[in-house]
Design a protein around this ligand. Structure first.
Ligand SMILES: C[S@@+](CC[C@H](N)C(=O)[O-])C[C@H]1O[C@@H](n2cnc3c(N)ncnc32)[C@H](O)[C@@H]1O
Length: 231
């Protein structure tokens, strides 16, 4: 599905040109607090919950759809949070172009599009190439969190992550249904209310690794690499 980008004027919304001009997220936030990234933030209810708990951390929320970006901006503003910024940007492009080596303390990837048809599974965000980018951008000891309502995605993510020796599993099994105090988005809650589990993976990047910048696999459409509309 394609969409036309619409103008978003919220003060917490950062157009790509502004990020380029600022040169860093520290300049955007006005401090160098540890940085977390919520990929595909949807309507922003997860990032708002986690950012409220951690005023000592900065959060970048990203999504590629206008409506989600707008709703996330409103939620951030309504909550009065000054440690969250919203970008309308594709995840791999942001990681590759703007997030440097060891720049992130935490990455959240909650309920990414499951691409349920077998022939579409190669479109899933989580794969080896994506993990290489994640590991490049995570600081040593940084954490990658993944969750999904989709059985096949949960099982394959657990398998992929558990097999990657560059990570240390924070749980005792490749994935867990125990969410503990992990914030629940409205999207996740819908499945929990139906008695369906949320698969959750939480993996820590080991210290002492040297990870070179991976190449960006341009197999996906960089249709979001366009200029933001201006007033
Ligand atoms: C099923 S929703 C989950 C939303 C949210 N994480 C939650 O748990 O409520 C998936 C979201 O990921 C966004 N998305 C999909 N592919 C993306 C990509 N490559 N980069 C950034 N966002 C993406 C979609 O626009 C959508 O809002």
């Amino acid at each position: 599905m394609t969409q036309r980008m619409t103008l978003i004027t919220s003060p917490v919304f950062i157009p790509e040109a502004q990020l380029k001009k600022a040169g860093s997220f520290a300049a955007i936030f006005g401090n160098d607090h540890p940085l977390s990234l919520d990929i595909g933030c949807g309507i922003g209810d997860f990032v708002v919950q986690i950012a409220k708990r951690h005023p000592e951390r900065n959060f970048i929320a990203i999504d590629i759809f206008n409506q989600g970006c707008r709703q996330t901006c409103s939620r951030i503003e309504d909550a009065g949070l000054n440690n969250v910024r919203m970008l309308r940007i594709e995840a791999r492009y942001l990681l590759y172009e703007y997030l440097g080596k060891e720049s992130l303390q935490t990455i959240y990837l909650n309920c990414p599009d499951p691409w349920p048809k077998k022939r579409h599974r190669k479109r899933r965000l989580l794969n080896r190439d994506f993990l290489n980018l994640v590991l490049y951008c995570l600081q040593p000891g940084g954490v990658f969190n993944f969750s999904t309502d989709f059985v096949d995605y949960g099982e394959s993510a657990g398998e992929l992550l558990a097999a990657d020796r560059r990570f240390e599993n924070r749980h005792s099994s490749p994935y867990t249904f125990e969410l503990g105090d992990y914030p629940i988005s409205k999207y996740m809650q819908r499945f929990l209310d139906l008695g369906q589990p949320i698969y959750h993976c939480s993996y820590r990047k080991k210290a002492g690794l040297t990870i070179d910048k991976p190449k960006l696999n341009k197999g996906f459409r960089l249709r979001w690499v366009k200029e933001e509309p201006s007033e």
